[in-house]
Ligand binder design. Structure first.
Ligand code: TYM
Length: 335
C-alpha cells in the first residue's frame, strides 16, 4: 500500500480541505505507519502557478500550508512531507505523460471548464494540462490509495486512463493504477453562503468558508450568518433533500462528531437553526482550537519547516527515481 496526496498551497486551509481530505490523510498515515507502508503528502506548488499567483505571497503560503498540515496531524516522522517543485521528477514525468494523455480526455475535465469559465482561449496551457501533472504526481510513486475530496475523483480517473494507455502502448507494466480514497462523509463540503457551491479557497467571500486559522468569534459569526431556511430540522436525512444549506450544515456536524446525519437529526429533529447553529459552532471551535494553537507555535520557527520540507524532498526523490528511469527507458530514451 502506498498513499499519496497533495494540496495547493494557495490561501488558507479550510474546513472542506480538512474534513474532505486532510483528516483522512492523518488517519491513513497512522494506519500506514503501523503497517510499515509509505505515505507521501506534498504541497502542489507547481499546480499553483497554472494561474497567476503573486510570487512573494506564494512563497509565504507554501510555508503556512506546510505548518497547517503538521498542525492537523501530519507527522514528518511518519509521512514524507515535501514540495512538488523540489522534486523535479514530477515535472519530468508530466512531460513524458503528455505524449500519452489525449486532448479529448482533458477537454472533459469539469474543473478546467469551471476554472476557465467563458474565456477558454485565454486560459493558460498549464491550467488545461494540470491533470497530467496530477497523474504524474501519483504514478511517480506507484500510489495505490489517493485520499481526496469528491472534486478530485475525475482527475484520478484520468490518471488511471493515462497509466493504462502508457502501459499498453509501450508494452510495460510500469504504472500502478491508483484508487481514489473518498471518505463516506464530508467528501464535498459546501459554501456557507450557497449550499450548491463547493467551499473553496478561491471564493471571494471569506464568509463562505471556515478557515483553520479563524478564531472562536469569527467561527461563531460565520456560522450565525450561514445561509439556512426557515424550516425546523427533519427527523430523517430524506427530509433534507431540496434544502442544500441545511443538508450541508448537518453533514458538517456529522463529520466533526465522527457520526452520521441520522445521528445528528435524531438529536436535533424538530429544532430550528437557532438551536442547531450554536452547537455546530461550538463543535467547530473544539476541533479547530487545538489545530490553531499548534499552527501558531509552528509559525514561530520557519527554519524548522524548511528543514522538514528539504528532508521530505530528498526521500521522495529517492522513491521517484526508479519509476522515472523506467519511464524514460520504456519510451526509448534510456539515460
Ligand atoms: P485542492 O488544493 O483544491 O484541495 C485539497 C484537498 O481538499 C479537498 N477539498 C474538499 N473536500 C471536500 N469539500 C470541499 N469543499 C473541498 N475542497 C477541497 C480536495 O478534494 C483535495 O483532496 N489538484 C489538487 C491537488 C493535487 C493532488 C495531486 C491531489 C495535485 N496533485 C495528486 C491528489 C493527488 C487540488 O487542487 O486540491
Amino acid at each position: 500500500m502506498r498513499i499519496v496526496s497533495g494540496i495547493q498551497p494557495t490561501g488558507n486551509l479550510h474546513l472542506g480541505n480538512y474534513l474532505g481530505a486532510i483528516r483522512n490523510w492523518v488517519k491513513m498515515q497512522d494506519a500506514a505507519a503501523a503497517a510499515g507502508d509509505d505515505c507521501l503528502f506534498f504541497l502542489a506548488d507547481l499546480h499553483a502557478i497554472t494561474v497567476y499567483n503573486d510570487p512573494a505571497a506564494l512563497a509565504s503560503n507554501i510555508r503556512q500550508m506546510a505548518a497547517a498540515l503538521i498542525a492537523c496531524g501530519i507527522d514528518p516522522a511518519k509521512s514524507i512531507l515535501f514540495r512538488q517543485a523540489m522534486v523535479p521528477a514530477h515535472a519530468e514525468l508530466c512531460w513524458l505523460l503528455n505524449g500519452t494523455a489525449r486532448i479529448g480526455w482533458l477537454n472533459r475535465m469539469t474543473q478546467f471548464k469551471e476554472k476557465s469559465g467563458k474565456n477558454r482561449e485565454g486560459a493558460s496551457v498549464g491550467l488545461f494540462a494540470y491533470p497530467v501533472l496530477q497523474a504524474a504526481d501519483v504514478l511517480l510513486y506507484n500510489a495505490t490509495h489517493v485520499p481526496v475530496g469528491d472534486d478530485q475523483k475525475q482527475h484520478l480517473e484520468l490518471a488511471r486512463d493515462i497509466a493504462i494507455k502508457f502501459n499498453a502502448d509501450y508494452g510495460v507494466e510500469l504504472f500502478t493504477l491508483p484508487d481514489p480514497y473518498i471518505g463516506a462523509t464530508a467528501a464535498r463540503i459546501m459554501s456557507l453562503r450557497d449550499g450548491t457551491a463547493k467551499m473553496s479557497k478561491s471564493d471571494p467571500s471569506d464568509m463562505s468558508r471556515i478557515n483553520l486559522t479563524d478564531d472562536a468569534d469569527t467561527v461563531l459569526q460565520k456560522v450565525r450568518k450561514a445561509k439556512t431556511d426557515p424550516e425546523p430540522l427533519p427527523s430523517e436525512p430524506a427530509g433534507l433533500e431540496g434544502r442544500p444549506e441545511a443538508k450541508n450544515l448537518v453533514g458538517i456536524f456529522a463529520a466533526l462528531s465522527d457520526g452520521t446525519s441520522e445521528q445528528v437529526l435524531a438529536r436535533f429533529a424538530g429544532q430550528g437553526f437557532g438551536a442547531f447553529k450554536p452547537a455546530l459552532a461550538e463543535l467547530m471551535v473544539e476541533t479547530l482550537g487545538p489545530i490553531k494553537a499548534r499552527l501558531d507555535d509552528l509559525g514561530r520557527d520557519p527554519a524548522a519547516l524548511d528543514v522538514i520540507l528539504a528532508n521530505g524532498a530528498e526521500r521522495a526523490a529517492a522513491i521517484a527515481k526508479p519509476t522515472l528511469t523506467a519511464a524514460y527507458a520504456a519510451l526509448g530514451l534510456a539515460k
